[in-house]
Design a protein around this ligand. Structure first.
Ligand SMILES: Cc1cc2nc3c(=O)[nH]c(=O)nc-3n(C[C@H](O)[C@H](O)[C@H](O)COP(=O)(O)OP(=O)(O)OC[C@H]3O[C@@H](n4cnc5c(N)ncnc54)[C@H](O)[C@@H]3O)c2cc1C
Length: 423
């Protein structure tokens, strides 16, 4: 197993359950990959993946399996958004009503193009809309400026990418996974989290596997033929294996030295990169405050912010922006300035986050495909090549880019291997 993120750990668990000997090689000195609960700003914060939901079947099966408790942040009592240069203040319901017409029109044909989100390529005509970005389709709606900005900001929250880079098909996939309901899609992607953190999920899977797990072990090269593979680590160890599961994010897979090389589609997807290049920032402010959320626009360094933890004399906010090059999660002054778009009454005490784009073991946040990547590459990205198998949330069918997708892909790889070895 190359990689000890959720996809790799699930595949390791499932292969072990079939009696196979599994070795997990993880480059970082911790497990979990793009999920990472870390104690900062006085709380256990999710630096990466956070929210999950009962409409995400693979993630929820793990919640049930391990009896994990689920919680949510405080309900927002105030909402802020922009109308031109003016800040509007209202309620969550008023904001949802504002974006509803745009959301409905944008997503009206969701089930036509993705009638089976578990088989996202089942509609052959999908290629005819896969060339659009979400920005193209938003612009075509010709919305009044207040609605337009509010819709834009909501999509930045979902896409974590410049909207002119993110495929419209990704918006369709997310919404198809909630049977066409944008409200449910919104809830599924950003409300409920594990009470003891994603760390509790990672620890539960690890405790449930017999695999030999080695952290701090980066893989550099893989040579393979029909009989097996030799995996070489950066430190120079050579390990032989009957099968290898590669769980690297799309943006990294092409950097591995693999011989014979991967198919052109896998390499092209990795070279083109995903659209996601956003930033997630945790912000501690002086309290007490009333829990709120706020949306600006795609043009602002932070497009979305909301209260996630409420204390008596402080509160911790979580915020997202489309482009990590425009704001650092460690720059207190820049974050304070970005918040002043909505409010100048908040005193920022501390900020934190992680630059996932600069991280050599991820180079992306959560999957957001570029135009054409779904219809050109997904099928080939999922395909085994000889003794090499592939698992990643980036190549899942149903909730690609989510924790759920990582679990789905781990199951798929494990099933393919056990089926192949026993038939
Ligand atoms: C900021 C952020 C917010 C997110 N929010 C959410 C959310 O709210 N809800 C949700 O469902 N999802 C969210 N996600 C997405 C979710 O976290 C990921 O889709 C999922 O965790 C990916 O799991 P994975 O196992 O496919 O990949 P990864 O977690 O990336 O695992 C790949 C592993 O391979 C390792 N690796 C890389 N190169 C090598 C090498 N050469 N040798 C050995 N090991 C290597 C990496 O260190 C990593 O551990 C978020 C992600 C980020 C970054």
């Amino acid at each position: 197993m190359v990689g000890g993120g959720v996809a790799g750990l699930i595949a390791a668990r499932e292969l072990g359950r079939k009696g196979l000997r599994v070795l997990v090689l993880e480059a970082r000195d911790r497990l979990g990959g793009r999920v990472w609960t870390d104690h900062r700003l006085g709380r256990d914060l999710e630096i990466g993946g956070t929210w999950l939901h009962w409409v995400q079947p693979h993630a929820w099966a793990e919640v049930t399996r391990y009896g994990l408790e689920v919680t949510r942040g405080p309900r927002p009592e105030e909402a802020y958004w922009l109308a031109g240069d003016e800040v509007r203040r209202g309620t969550l319901d008023e904001f949802m009503e504002l974006i509803d017409p745009g959301m409905r029109r944008l997503l009206a044909e969701t089930m036509r193009w993705i009638p089976r989100p578990d088989r996202p390529l089942s509609e052959p005509g999908l290629a005819s809309v896969d060339g659009f970005t979400v920005q193209d389709r938003l612009d075509a709606l010709d919305l009044p400026v207040e609605e337009y900005r509010a819709n834009e900001a909501a999509w930045v929250g979902h896409f974590n990418a410049p909207l002119q880079d993110g495929a419209f098909a990704s918006a369709l996939r997310w919404t198809a996974a909630t049977a066409g309901s944008w409200h449910l899609m919104h809830e599924a992607s950003a409300v409920f989290r594990l009470a003891a953190g994603t760390r509790s999920l990672v620890e539960a899977i690890v405790a449930d596997t017999h695999a030999d797990i080695r952290t701090g072990t980066e893989v550099r090269r893989i040579e393979h033929d029909p009989d097996g593979a030799v995996v070489t680590t950066v430190a120079g160890s050579r390990i032989t294996a009957q099968r290898v599961v590669l769980t690297l994010p799309q943006n990294l897979l092409g950097d591995l030295d693999i011989s014979p090389s991967l198919c052109p589609e896998k390499r092209a997807a990795s070279e083109e990169k995903t659209a996601s290049r956003g930033v997630k920032v945790w912000i501690r402010v002086r309290g007490p405050i009333t829990p709120f959320f706020a949306y600006s626009s795609a043009a602002h360094p932070l497009s979305v912010v909301r209260t996630e933890f409420l204390g008596t004399d402080d509160a911790v906010l979580v915020s997202f922006g489309a482009d990590s090059r425009r704001i650092s999660p460690h720059d207190l002054n820049a974050v304070s300035e970005a918040l002043r778009v909505w409010r100048d009454d908040l005193e920022v005490l501390e900020v934190t986050g992680h630059d996932w784009m600069a991280d050599p073991h991820s180079r992306e946040t959560w999957l957001m495909q570029r135009p054409h990547q779904l219809t050109r590459y997904l099928e080939a990205q999922q395909q085994p090549e000889g003794v090499l198998h592939f698992a990643s949330s980036d190549t899942a069918n149903l909730w690609a880019g989510f924790i759920d997708g990582a679990i789905e892909s781990g199951h798929r790889a494990a099933r393919d291997i056990t089926t192949g070895l026993t038939t």
